[in-house]
Design a protein around this ligand. Structure first.
Ligand code: P5A
Length: 440
């Protein structure tokens, strides 16, 4: 992609309405544009990052055996009346009437709709477990949307739902998501810690929020520092291995604000291990047994007996993650962003010094880009005639992790290459490819 043809509407200055780094940077670099309070359009740079996050989320759901579906954004109020949440959900639910005067709503979550889908086709316990997910827009009419796409009204969520015959089997499903979540966030170069959490309007009595540490986060957390050293890399998806993983985490006190009890914290965590800080909730998982299956009559035949299925639900804030990654990865001291390679909008920027009368450097840039594209890398070539230092400033803002700079002293064998904000090295295109492949 040529910069001159791209749609990356960079702003000269940080927008004053944005209070936190991610919001500032996303507006400044033209990743998003507000369309009305808490509702955003996603422009190419933002959309590319979100799509990469979505794909990682998808692959990790598939890996633990969850099947993808797609449910609509607009739901009928009938099923919400069955579960009893139509009134309970309150003003956060956007209620709509269609032309026949039917009460509809823009889904804030999908427990009811998935239960309705399940009950109409699954009749026997032999079809269990069923693990289903979709990635779809949600709407919550937040009273005070803020921090850009971090707490907005329309947002993109991965939500999954599990159906099992017993508590024991349901915990097994819960633990599969627990592992999938750890792996998902790890692939984005984030360290997300599971913390015991409140269940709010979703319900149930077992729940974990996955939190990444950030001063600008809205969740207060209290934890034993040693939880950061728990290793999940050897966990497999058999029951014992997953049980052990949950146990390894739950050994350490680690809770969000609503679950915090000062006495417990001080009794269970040595002074030197106590960490009291803030974080961003990027995922939240729940176990709520028959909270929906009972009122909505979702049961299976279990050896001649009718059993209400045991359910859980599992959310990841796909759009929120774009902002959360910026909060976690932005280097405040040097004021540069560096996208993790797995979600970066482009793999490499090619920045030639171009003057009006001499297009040699642009031709060199295009040649290099052809080789990189052949190797499946996405590149952005700055074909503008801005001076080199302002081009580099611009790319430091954009945060593409690698830069190839083509200036006066260009040589095929010694191309100027740099990881953003690190020292420049001079290497061949083959070596550049090797580095990019290794980091992918
Ligand atoms: C779990 C899946 C649920 O809705 N039902 C289906 C359950 N959980 S949740 O915690 O309420 O939301 C899941 C994740 O969605 C993100 N999120 C938001 N992102 C941006 N703006 C919002 N207003 C917003 N609300 C929730 C969070 O990442 C949350 O963990």
């Amino acid at each position: 992609m040529y910069f001159s043809k791209s749609f990356i509407p960079i702003l000269k200055n940080n927008p004053t309405e944005a209070k936190i780094k991610s919001h500032q940077l996303m507006l400044r670099t033209g990743m998003i544009k507000q369309s009305s309070a808490g509702i955003y359009s996603w422009l190419p740079m933002g959309f590319k990052v979100m799509k990469k996050i979505e794909q990682i989320v998808r692959e990790e759901q598939n890996r633990v055996g969850v099947q993808e579906i797609l449910m609509p954004t607009i739901q009928s109020s009938e099923i919400w009346k069955e579960s009893g949440r139509y009134d309970d959900y309150g003003e956060e639910m956007l209620r709509i009437k269609d032309r026949q005067n039917r009460e509809m709503l823009y889904g804030p979550t999908n427990e009811e709709l998935i239960t309705e889908i399940f009950r109409s086709s699954v009749k026997s316990y032999k079809s269990l477990p069923q693990l289903l997910y979709h990635i779809q827009w949600k709407f919550r009419d937040e009273l005070r949307p803020r921090f850009g796409i971090m707490r907005c009204r329309e947002f993109y969520m991965k939500d999954a739902y599990s159906f099992d015959i017993s508590d024991d089997e349901a915990f097994y499903s819960y633990n599969k998501f627990f592992l999938a979540y750890l792996n998902t966030f790890k692939r984005m170069n984030l360290s997300a810690i599971p913390m015991a959490a409140d269940t709010g309007p979703i319900g149930g009595n077992l729940s974990h929020e996955f939190i990444i540490l950030a001063d600008t986060g809205e969740s207060k957390i209290y934890t034993d520092k040693r939880i950061f050293d728990v290793d999940s890399s050897k966990t497999t998806i058999d029951k014992n291995s997953l049980n052990k993983l949950r146990g390894d985490f739950e050994k350490y006190y680690s809770v969000t604000d609503e679950k915090f009890k000062k006495d417990d914290f001080e009794k269970n965590v040595l002074k030197e291990n106590r960490l009291q800080t803030k974080g961003i909730e990027v995922g939240h998982i729940f176990y709520f047994g028959d909270k929906y299956s009972k009122p909505m009559n979702a049961s299976v035949d279990y050896n001649g007996k009718k059993e209400f299925v045991k359910m859980g639900s599992y959310g990841i804030g796909v759009s929120r993650l774009v902002g959360a990654i910026i909060e976690a990865k932005y280097d405040d001291k040097n004021e540069v962003m560096k996208w993790p390679t797995s979600v970066s909008p482009y793999d490499c920027a090619i920045i030639p010094n171009i003057n009006k009368n001499d297009k040699t450097n642009l031709e060199r840039a295009v040649n290099i880009s052809k080789t990189l594209i052949k190797n499946n890398f996405e590149v952005l070539i700055d074909d503008t005639e801005e001076n080199l230092s302002s081009k580099i400033k611009k790319f430091n803002l954009l945060g593409i992790p690698y830069q190839i700079i083509i200036g006066k002293s260009f040589s095929e064998q010694k191309i100027e290459f740099k990881e953003i904000h690190k020292d420049t090295i001079f290497i061949s295109i083959e070596e550049i490819i090797k580095i990019l492949k290794n980091k992918k």
